[in-house]
Design a protein around this ligand. Structure first.
Ligand SMILES: *[C@@H]1O[C@H](CO)[C@@H](O)[C@H](O)[C@H]1NC(C)=O
Length: 258
């Protein structure tokens, strides 16, 4: 028996819906807890507050832990930044601000690829480490569905403020990591937007900030988190701070399109 025309139409519609649910513009998000997102989550549980700038949208997807595109929602790093209480990070407000720009076609579907893990020094992100390999695997899986890679958003360094040797080695380690990621993703001109740290787990915050500013690489942008509101734990950006940071990151990305 031939299928009903309505059934055929429905199947076609499903196919089209599936086909459009892959992103056209992809961003990798990596680093430690302030990228993983702790907004509203610094007193043992997440308060569940999702500002409008972080609301879900059918045009903002995330790559799930098992490498499938799905509608993104807070906490964006669920299942990725493991063993931590997660809250709001900069990814969703970043994606909304990018989508709102006239520099971007309105049909753009943003694909966010969360990769951050709390408490990790940059040594945990050198080529061959678990976190590095996960980031590259996720980046490749994201690119395999056809979207263009827009940038790597990097917010990390707090864990490198504990030992002076780590602070002093920071710029070199960052340069090596970026070179490796660009090579392994076959994206030699991959834009990297680095966030200047606002807090630290140790006392060498200023040396790490100076090392971050000393990183010498092409296609590198710097956005400073210093001065944004910090939670009572003196370590994590609040939800409003993450919304501001997301907008700052978007501005830095959009400035490269002209
Ligand atoms: C970070 O590196 C240390 C030392 O090599 C290792 O013991 C630890 O498991 C790493 N953590 C992560 C999350 O990769």
């Amino acid at each position: 028996m031939a299928p009903q025309p309505q059934v055929v139409a429905l199947l076609l519609l499903l196919l089209v819906a599936t086909a459009t649910s892959t992103p056209t513009l992809i961003f990798l998000l990596a680093g430690q807890s302030n990228m993983g997102g702790r907004g509203g989550a610094t007193s043992g549980s997440w308060d569940g507050v999702v500002p409008p700038e972080c609301a879900p949208s059918p045009r903002i997807l995330r790559l799930s832990p098992d490498l499938r595109w799905e509608e993104a929602r807070e906490p964006l790093h669920a299942g990725i930044d493991v063993h931590n209480v997660l809250g709001v990070g900069p990814g969703m407000p970043f994606a909304h601000a990018v989508r709102a720009s006239r520099a971007i076609p309105p049909s753009t579907v943003v694909g966010l690829v969360p990769c951050a893990q709390g408490g990790t020094p940059i040594a945990n992100w050198s080529r061959g480490t678990e976190l590095y390999d996960r980031m590259v695997t996720r980046g490749r899986a994201a690119m395999a569905t056809g979207g263009r890679m827009g940038a790597l958003l990097w917010y990390q360094g707090e864990a490198d403020t504990i030992r002076l040797e780590d602070a002093e080695a920071y710029a070199g380690r960052m340069e090596a990591m970026v070179r490796d990621v660009r090579r392994d993703l076959a994206a030699p001109e991959l834009l990297v937007i680095q966030v200047g740290i606002a807090t630290g787990q140790g006392k060498f915050i200023q040396p790490v900030r100076e090392a971050q500013k000393a990183v010498r690489l092409p296609w590198l942008k710097y956005v400073d988190a210093k001065g944004l509101p910090i939670a009572d734990d003196y370590t994590h950006l609040t939800t409003p701070a993450q919304v501001t940071l997301g907008k700052m990151l978007a501005k830095a990305y959009l400035s490269t399109l002209y």
